[in-house]
Design a protein around this ligand. Structure first.
Ligand code: SAM
Length: 228
């Protein structure tokens, strides 16, 4: 159960105030009110809340004080890859909280974050790309392609990383809400996982191997591809 001390909460709330002054007005209608209503409410203690709050908890430092979903993802990444390379985080969200956290841990390399919903393209430490990732986005300069719950970017990420022979890490989400012209819509989560596994298997180059598994702590599966 995640809980902040009074002192920690004061720090985090102050950072949140600063954050909302700058980024609050940039969120879509309704989203800002949702964030204000749910920031550090009981959902934080049971560790169950949407991606918009993960991003802000990382940025405001709440995630420096408690074990959290982003740290667990970073541990999974570190188990098979070096984080000291050139990394691109696809579908980073409105604010690139995960990319920011990862960059702070790097000794070398760079982090780029991409999303068509980014609230800003300015950041001192990471490169931000506001745009749509596709099967054809150029990945030549990256060592590792990753996504934390990247929803409909999942399939283009797999196809592109495999075609470009790049290491790939995806912490999946269970979303099936998006249009998927290659499948019958709507689909179940089970069918979605089957389809993802099929795309992985059918596009991976001979020089690579992949893992598709669900750790105990994760609500959804993880995908990893790496050189044999
Ligand atoms: C569930 S959110 C995850 C956000 C973030 N990774 C996090 O963990 O908080 C999925 C994000 O993927 C983005 N997205 C989906 N498809 C995309 C694409 N093809 N190109 C860029 N961004 C995409 C959406 O805009 C959304 O912000």
């Amino acid at each position: 159960m995640a809980r902040l001390t009074k002192e920690q909460e004061l720090i985090v709330r102050k950072n949140f105030e600063e954050y909302m002054k700058i980024y609050g007005p940039l969120y879509p209608e309704g989203c800002k009110d949702f964030i204000i209503e749910h920031f550090l409410d009981e959902s934080f203690e049971i560790d169950f809340y949407p991606d918009v709050l993960h991003q802000i908890y990382a940025h405001t430092g709440a995630y420096d004080f408690v074990k959290n979903f982003y740290d667990l993802c970073i541990d999974e990444i570190k188990a098979d890859y070096s984080i000291d390379g050139h990394i691109i985080d696809i579908g980073c969200g409105f604010y690139p909280g995960f990319a920011e956290k990862l960059q702070k841990l790097q000794h070398d390399g760079s982090v780029t974050a991409m999303d068509y919903d980014l609230l800003t393209t300015e950041h001192g430490d990471i490169k931000l790309i506001k745009g749509k990732f596709t099967e054809f986005t150029n990945l030549a300069k990256y060592d590792l392609v990753l996504g934390i719950m990247p929803c409909e970017a999942t399939i283009p990420m797999i196809k592109n990383a495999n075609k470009s022979d790049k290491d790939l890490f995806i912490q999946m989400c269970g979303c099936t809400h998006f249009e998927n012209p290659e499948m019958i819509y709507p689909i179940t989560v089970g069918l979605w996982y089957e389809y993802v596994d099929h795309v992985l298997k059918s596009t991976i180059p001979d020089s690579r191997t992949y893992k598709f598994y669900q750790p105990d702590w994760a609500e959804y599966p993880i995908i990893k591809t790496m050189k044999k």
